[in-house]
Design a protein around this ligand. Structure first.
Ligand code: BGC
Length: 764
């Protein structure tokens, strides 16, 4: 092996001495991009082409197992030879400039690197985790949040984000639900588009701006259907689920111009996504005509050996490249094997040329050939990262992401003066956990804690008691967390403080590193001794406002039954405490709605609103033989689309026109929504349909429209939706899109579990 490597190095140095008088015509910005690519391709050796398909991690390993032999020295050497097309996780102008300089000034052709990074919910100034943002149903705010992320990351030298993650997910046990938009393909598609445009701009031309990033739709595909919610696990789903549930956000992202895709770790119906030609070549590059490039997930070419799908590095590389994976993230396989595979005739050079053309296309679009150091401006780095404007934007996003789950006894909003408030919980004073899981570029202790947020309101007496530690030992991105399951020594102090309070605010839930990659759980309860703490405090004072911190739906039946007020505050990023305090004090009226169903207990998972009716949906015979559980109701504790406000909304006069014989036309749905409560507020008006009879059973409900409406108290607005073939059809088991005649139910309301209903008939 060592011998072979030396041989390749020998060939390359020969090439370097004989071919370094290269033509620079591809650098002419006036020429069309395709011509520039052709001019460059013509000059590239096979090794240099394969080099473009090779991506290395920066010189520290942070996600995934450490690559074998992946030391900095070898990487530097490969950079000089032009054997590296991209690097990930190199960040900061100084570092990016350093590696870019090697590629541009020391390699023969000087092809610039594309620099990727996981900018998932912000760079240094962090937005809420993506699942929380999805709860806002506010597409403009979500787009803005992606713009802020792009602004900061591009100022730090980065030009490509591995986001948005758009895996539809129905199982809260899967930790990566925090990275997505929840369980619904329609909402997920709208959010995918908002994020892609936020990162990249409105059109491909915007990629050339200095404050945009190429974005990456991931993980292609079906990673969110990991069996039993265990990360990296098997995925086995129907074609209908693939086309109707998994693919829509990816297709919408393509239509919005996303420039890259990342494949996924999982097998899909037996074939690893990385080696899956049906997904990558037939659907993505074929049917959808995608002309950007596909990067593998971390070492997923190598993992095809563990899947039992490839026997060695050469076999895995051949399978991946034939299936359409263009760039190898950290397997180190393409760089080692592809040249030989082409020389032995197992892989055609035309396939390599196609992959390289795709990669170069995105580099040209980013303007990297015109100025490889365009993202390396130290002054801009200083000005942009952590700016006041960016902090204001993430605060706005954070407020909009909060969901009010319960509000009895008029506990909320809190009065601004004359009250004795006691704040309890380790998470209440935590300045790191609220930053969430994907926060590699941020610094520990930089979130505003809930304690700090509440301290800014000076009219009340505020006392803080931790109650109990949440974790024991270090909390890091790569280590298993250890929870405090024994130490209750702080309970007594918490109870004593709570006893005489007017209101007790308890901040409980998951640690920021408890969800995310490789953070699957089989319990969805409050970890550690938090449930006991909650019940202990409740005993002395039931006037509790429970503020939840979590990266996934939790199952909290006791709290839901006993605690009078519950606020879902997820992990809200840098401005967490300020956002939570503004909502608790009524300076912001919560308007979020759940993007995922919250189960009653973990045994209900996967649970989702757009399920099928089954043959026995109700207890018609009054016996046990219907589709249900004998120990718990089959409905979720909090359904998809649910969320309260400090005010009340009323729905009236649903009109569906025409109600019959619509052919290829438009069904108009209107409804009047009134704010009949005491506060101005915002409501997410949701429209669902049910196709009552079809050639493939259709879900009991499908979201097909929504609008976020601001209503002053006393105000009424008429909201209208249009339903066309685009909303009324579905994909069959062969992946064909069908619109069938028949009757449809329409439901419009403020949650998936209730609303005004109408019907119409589609006739041909
Ligand atoms: C994750 C990807 C991520 C990549 C690079 C992988 O472990 O699955 O989502 O983009 O690492 O950090």
């Amino acid at each position: 092996m060592k011998h072979k490597r030396l041989l390749i190095i020998g060939i390359i140095s020969l090439a370097t001495t004989t071919m370094n008088a290269q033509n620079k015509d591809h650098l002419d910005p006036k020429k069309p991009i395709e011509e520039r690519i052709s001019l460059l391709l013509k000059q590239m050796t096979l090794e240099e082409k394969v080099g473009q398909m090779n991506q290395y991690n920066g010189f520290w390993e942070v996600t995934g197992p450490s690559p074998k032999g992946g030391d900095a020295e070898v990487k530097y050497e490969h950079l000089r030879k032009g054997w590296v097309g991209s690097m990930l996780s190199v960040r900061g102008v100084k570092n990016v400039k350093a590696v870019q300089k090697i590629a541009v000034e020391e390699s023969r052709l000087g092809i610039p690197l594309i620099i990727g990074f996981d900018v998932i919910h912000g760079y240094k100034t962090l937005s809420p985790i993506p699942l929380a943002e999805a709860a806002s149903w506010d597409l403009e705010a979500i787009k803005k949040s992606a713009q802020v992320a792009a602004d900061e990351a591009s100022a730090a030298g980065i030009n490509w984000t591995f986001g948005p993650m758009m895996d539809v997910a129905r199982d809260a046990r899967w930790g990566r639900v925090m990275e997505g938009s929840g369980e619904d393909p329609y909402l997920g598609s709208k959010i995918a588009v908002a994020r892609v445009k936020g990162f990249q701009g409105e059109t491909t031309a915007d990629l050339a701006k200095v404050n945009t990033l190429a974005s990456c739709a991931k993980h292609f595909a079906a990673y969110g259907f990991a069996e039993a919610g265990r990360d990296y696990n098997t995925v086995d789903i129907s074609t209908s689920t693939l086309y109707n549930v998994v693919l829509p956000p990816f297709k919408a992202a393509k239509e919005a111009g996303v420039r890259t895709y990342m494949n996924s770790f999982n097998i899909l119906n037996g074939i690893p996504a990385t080696g899956n030609s049906f997904l990558q070549r037939t659907i993505l590059k074929g049917d959808w005509k995608f002309d950007g490039f596909i990067v593998t997930d971390w070492a997923s070419i190598r993992e095809m050996k563990s899947h039992g799908f490839a026997k060695d590095a050469a076999d895995a590389s051949a399978k991946a490249v034939l299936a359409g994976a263009d760039m190898d993230m950290e397997s180190h396989y393409y760089v080692a094997e592809l040249v030989k595979l082409v020389q032995s005739g197992q892989v055609k050079e035309a396939l390599i040329d196609d992959a390289v053309r795709r990669i170069l296309r995105v580099k040209f679009e980013l303007g990297l050939f015109d100025n490889p150091y365009k993202y390396c401006d130290e002054v801009r780095e200083q000005q942009v990262i952590g700016s006041k404007a960016n902090n204001e934007a993430v605060l706005d996003m954070a407020k909009k992401s909060i969901v009010l789950l319960k509000n009895e006894k008029s506990l909320l909003p809190l009065k601004k003066s004359g009250q004795k408030i006691v704040l309890i919980g380790a998470l209440a004073s935590d300045k790191t956990s609220p930053l969430g899981s994907w926060r590699i570029a941020s610094d520990d202790e930089t979130a505003i804690s809930v304690l700090e947020g509440m301290q800014a309101y000076k009219g009340n007496t505020l006392t803080y008691e931790k109650g109990a530690a949440l974790t024991v030992g270090k909390t890091t991105f790569i280590d298993e967390l250890v929870f405090n399951t024994t130490d209750k020594s702080g309970f007594e102090a918490a109870q004593n403080a709570a006893k005489n309070a007017d209101v007790v605010v308890m901040v409980l839930g998951e640690h920021g590193f408890q969800s995310g990659e490789a953070r699957s759980r089989t319990n969805l309860d409050l970890p550690g001794v938090q449930q006991e703490l909650l019940e202990a405090v409740y005993k002395v004072n039931p006037n509790i406002v429970l503020v939840l911190n979590n990266g996934r739906p939790l199952a909290l039946p006791w709290a839901s039954e006993h605690v009078p007020a519950i606020v879902e505050a997820w992990q809200l990023g840098t401005q967490t405490g300020a956002a939570v305090a503004q909502v608790l004090y009524g300076d912001y009226n919560p308007s979020g709605k759940l993007p995922m169903s919250f189960p009653r207990n973990v045994g209900q998972c996967p649970i989702y609103y757009n399920n099928y009716n089954t043959g026995r949906p109700i207890n018609a015979e009054k016996n046990v033989f219907w589709s249900h559980y004998s120990d718990v109701e089959k409905t979720p504790l909090y359904p998809f689309g649910f969320g309260l406000s400090y005010t009340t909304f009323d729905y009236k006069n649903l009109k569906v026109t025409p109600t019959a014989s619509v052919k290829g036309g438009v069904v108009q749905v209107t409804v009047e929504v009134s704010n009949i409560g005491a506060y101005d507020g915002k409501e997410v008006v949701q429209l669902y349909i049910h196709d009552e009879v079809a050639s493939l059973a259709r879900p009991v409900l499908e979201l097909k429209g929504f609008e976020l409406v601001a209503l002053k108290k006393g105000e009424t607005k008429t909201i209208s939706f249009q339903l066309t073939d685009k909303e009324l059809g579905f994909y069959d088991n062969e992946g064909r899109y069908l619109v069938e005649a028949g009757t449809f139910k329409v439901r419009v309301g403020g949650s998936s579990d209730k609303g005004l209903e109408g019907r119409f008939e589609l006739g041909f």
